[in-house]
Design a protein around this ligand. Sequence first.
Ligand code: MEV
Length: 328
Amino acid sequence: MALSSAPGKVYLFGEHAVVYGEPAVPCAIEQRARVGVERRDDEKIRVNAEDLSLDGFTVEYGGRTEDEPDIDVSESLLAAATGYVDEAIAQVRAVTGEEDVGFDVTIESDIPLGAGLGSSAAVAVAAIDAGTRELGTTLEVEEIADRAFRTEYEVQDGQASRADTFCSATGGAVRVEGDDCRTIDAPDLPIVIGFDGGAGDTGQLVSDVRDLREEYEFAANTVESIGNIVRNGEQALADGDVEELGRLMNFNHGLLSALGVSSRSLDAMVWAARDADAYGAKLTGSGGGGCIVALDPSEATETALKFTPGCEDAFRAELADEGVCRLE
Ligand code: MEV
């Protein structure tokens, strides 16, 4: 068996706008997905996934070739998890040329699914690395990032940027603009995450923003303005100016909210962080539900979030310097 891990991420700036060629800055965090892949002697795929939410659950299903699974999880989460794994395995088969190979895949993750922390990218990156190594092929990090991007692109009907998957593959803070992806320097950031226990449908949310952008010029301008916030944010990161980063994150959240991708619970958590004097706070990822990211070196935001109606969990996250990691 080959076992790999890959980190989740938070977006400091730029989600959604990055889909239209604006820059974005996601940062990898030390919450990881671990994927074990073992070759089978038939063509089937069997996936055992555990802890894909912070509460944890177990799901076993037989991939696309076996009978109805014993499901202990919502259908939509199951569909999301299995879709990404199936497509990641398709990438493994394509890159190794072993089109008929079957696998037992085991997933363990600290990252809640669909909550804006890059669970699907982390699972895709770790599955592609472990799957190819199981077949004796070791890919460069850039190739893993590219194959994982193709995985998200297929599952999300052609609506995905390279940001999540590149960040998960390389680790650290990254800057993505179109096909131009690179790691950048970042200071130690006092990251606090609030989680409402929910999830957003990335494909649907990206589609909604696309429609809005096509219908209204001011929505297209909003997307461009997010790009300008990101450019300012890059300078603040380079200067190590955490207060300015926070102000820009607040601004970015306002524009994401204008694009309709926030929610009552995400807004409540953002306001709780602001009231607790965090430097700034915003939703992270596609929105609709899931997580916010705040910057606060004190305990105040974490404590305030724990008492915020709609917030299920609050925790601190460390920047992950290491991306995909080979464990076995
Ligand atoms: C989702 O984590 C981030 C989005 O920008 C979509 C993407 O970049 O693929 C909403």
